[in-house]
Design a protein around this ligand. Structure first.
Ligand SMILES: NC(=O)c1ccc[n+]([C@@H]2O[C@H](COP(=O)([O-])OP(=O)(O)OC[C@H]3O[C@@H](n4cnc5c(N)ncnc54)[C@H](O)[C@@H]3O)[C@@H](O)[C@H]2O)c1
Length: 249
């Protein structure tokens, strides 16, 4: 599927992986791009993009994905100005083992809310990619709540895909450790401080961080070849399809 002249909305667009995805989309010809994030984009990057891609309409929406009204308003405003919404990437996420309800609200409820909103606006079909994690496939002992939230993102994506919305593909992509601020921010928090530092270093070392560019290209790849309900892993630069137990009903 070519991205040429497509319209895409990305949540968590101003973080490490989100920025990489937006960069990849711009390089591949999107026409309209919505950056949905709690934090604004780097103004220098935004002006670089505007100079390099003057034909692309890029809009930033300050949204907390926990607040449905804010999600609704951003979709509503973006979709008013475009022909059709083709692609949504739900990428907003946090690791917060100290405040488990915050982590679940953002990673899971935020993804669910944005996915249901996308379905309302994708009248002519489209592709929704939910960014989960390898921690959503193999539970990660140093991040139990994060792991639980990402397992749930995969379960939600697969279950909803099974309902078969006409013309819509729902896909989950699970990155392995990726070089962004996400994990480093956690080192100083009480949950991590209480853990054995050698064990944390050992687990973190095993994650072998890949670049955001690799994950961004994987997003493009799954948009191209992922079938509805498929789950993909991108870890240490290698992409594989993950096959879980089938749905019961
Ligand atoms: N970095 C990794 O190793 C890794 C691995 C697997 C999966 N992931 C997932 O990839 C996604 C992006 O993570 P990242 O590594 O780029 O982290 P990041 O911290 O660089 O980016 C996360 C973005 O989400 C935004 N965000 C946080 N809370 C929000 C909220 N309530 N409403 C709207 N936006 C909010 C932040 O402002 C930030 O821009 C996350 O879902 C994360 O769980 C990351």
């Amino acid at each position: 599927m070519s991205l040429l002249n497509k319209s895409a909305l990305v949540t968590g667009a101003c973080g490490g992986i989100g920025t990489g995805i937006c960069q990849e989309f711009l390089g591949n010809g999107v026409k309209n791009l919505a950056l949905v994030d709690l934090n604004p984009p780097d103004p220098k990057l935004l002006s670089n993009w505007s100079e390099k891609y003057p034909e692309v309409v890029i809009k930033f929406y300050k949204v907390d994905v926990r607040i449905s009204k804010e999600i609704q308003n951003s979709y509503n405003d973006f979709c008013k100005s475009i022909h059709q919404l083709d692609i949504v990437i739900n990428c907003a996420g946090v690791i917060d083992e100290n405040s488990f309800s915050r982590a679940i609200d953002i990673n899971l409820c935020g993804t669910i809310g944005s996915t249901y909103t996308a379905l309302e606006y994708m009248n002519n079909g489209g592709t929704i990619v939910n960014i989960a994690s390898v921690a959503g496939i193999h539970p990660l002992s140093i991040m139990p709540t994060y792991s639980a939230s990402k397992h749930a993102v995969i379960a939600f994506t697969r279950a909803l895909a099974h309902r078969e919305y006409p013309g819509i593909r729902l896909i989950a992509l699970c990155p392995g450790g990726t070089d962004t601020p996400l994990i480093y921010q956690q080192y100083e928090t009480p949950f991590f401080q209480k853990m054995d530092s050698e064990e944390v270093s050992e687990i973190m070392g095993a994650l072998k961080f890949q670049s955001v560019e690799i994950v961004a290209k994987a997003v493009l790849d799954v948009i191209n070849k992922g079938i509805n309900g498929s789950v993909w892993i991108i870890e240490q630069g290698k992409m594989t399809e993950h096959h879980s137990l089938p749905l019961r009903l």
